[in-house]
Design a binder for this molecule. Structure first.
Ligand SMILES: [Zn+2]
Ligand SMILES: [Zn+2]
Length: 298
């Protein structure tokens, strides 16, 4: 299931229209301006338009990404309360719009140390879950590049949060290929990628992965900086994408591009070029896995 993060300029429903036009199966949106604290409540008109286009376009697999300002790990109580308030708002907007997944970056410990930061994230999530019982939307903790004091760049961090929260069923995981690579995971070969997936399975469980951000990386492996590149144009090996995209456990989950939108050299929108590349990579991955299977049998 492939899609892209699309603009909601002129109305949330415009992302659904564009996804449909570009023959995507899923889409990711910001339900509010991601760089602002303030939110305008959703109007009835917005909600009706959204629901109508959801039906018309038949795009039911929708992911929301929360605001970049939120830091659930903040050691500063004022900043943390502000973050929790906005995160609640993000969750409630998803609930209203019937968006099943909300992707969030776990948080940054601001030099308080990883352990303190992870504890703070667990406390924040528990508080939100206690205050808002019974919501359907699942929060997906995203793997990060490990820039600055960001947490979530090791699978161990996600494991600690998932195991520490009182309502683990309300949490899941979103992978980001560019982030995992920048964080140091070995996506330079098929073998490296296999080892990474195995590690993920042991620490977190592949069934916890509910969404994947598909981005190549401008930054070299272990660079700990988040810079997305078009698929096949960065430092991640093509075989790494092939293997990840053909992983059976990730079959039905939304796989979303977060790459630049400017037109590609031949004038075609980059999203369409990248989607074509991804579909080809996935096909090659399936073929490789089948060959490996029949070799084993023979
Ligand atoms: Zn993200
Ligand atoms: Zn990123």
């Amino acid at each position: 299931m492939f899609g892209s993060h699309l603009s909601v300029a002129g109305g949330l429903h415009n992302a659904l229209i564009e996804a449909h036009e570009k023959k995507m199966d899923c889409v990711q949106v910001f339900t509010k301006n991601q760089r602002q604290w303030k939110t305008k409540p959703l109007t009835d008109e917005q909600i009706t338009l959204w629901q109508k286009h959801r039906k018309q376009t038949d795009i039911h697999s929708v992911v929301s990404h929360d605001s970049y300002l939120i830091n659930l790990a903040s050691p500063d109580p004022v900043a943390r309360d502000k973050s929790i308030a906005l995160f609640r708002e993000e969750l409630l907007r998803c609930e209203t719009l019937d968006i099943p997944l909300l992707v969030t970056h776990p948080g940054a410990h601001m030099k308080e140390g990883e352990e303190a930061g992870l504890k703070q994230i667990i406390a924040s999530l528990d508080e939100v879950h206690r205050d808002l019982p019974g919501l359907k939307t699942i929060t997906c903790l995203e793997t990060t590049a490990g820039q600055g004091t960001s947490l979530g760049w090791r699978f161990e961090h996600l494991q600690v949060i998932l195991q520490g929260c009182h309502a683990p069923a309300r949490l899941a995981v979103c992978l980001d290929t560019a982030h995992m690579f920048a964080a140091g995971y070995d996506m330079t070969s098929q073998k490296g990628t296999q080892a990474m997936i195995q590690e993920l399975d042991q620490l977190v469980g592949l069934d916890q992965v509910r969404a994947i951000h598909l981005n190549d990386s401008k930054i070299e492996r272990g660079g700990r900086v988040d810079r997305h590149e078009h698929i096949g144009h960065g430092h991640i090996a093509k075989v790494a994408f092939e293997w990840l995209l053909s992983e059976p456990a990730f079959g039905d989950i939304p796989k979303i591009l977060e790459t630049a939108k400017s037109p590609s050299p031949n004038g075609e929108p980059w999203d369409l070029v990248n989607l074509k590349t991804l579909r080809q990579m996935q096909k090659r991955g399936f073929k490789k896995r089948n060959e490996a299977k029949s070799q084993k049998k023979g």
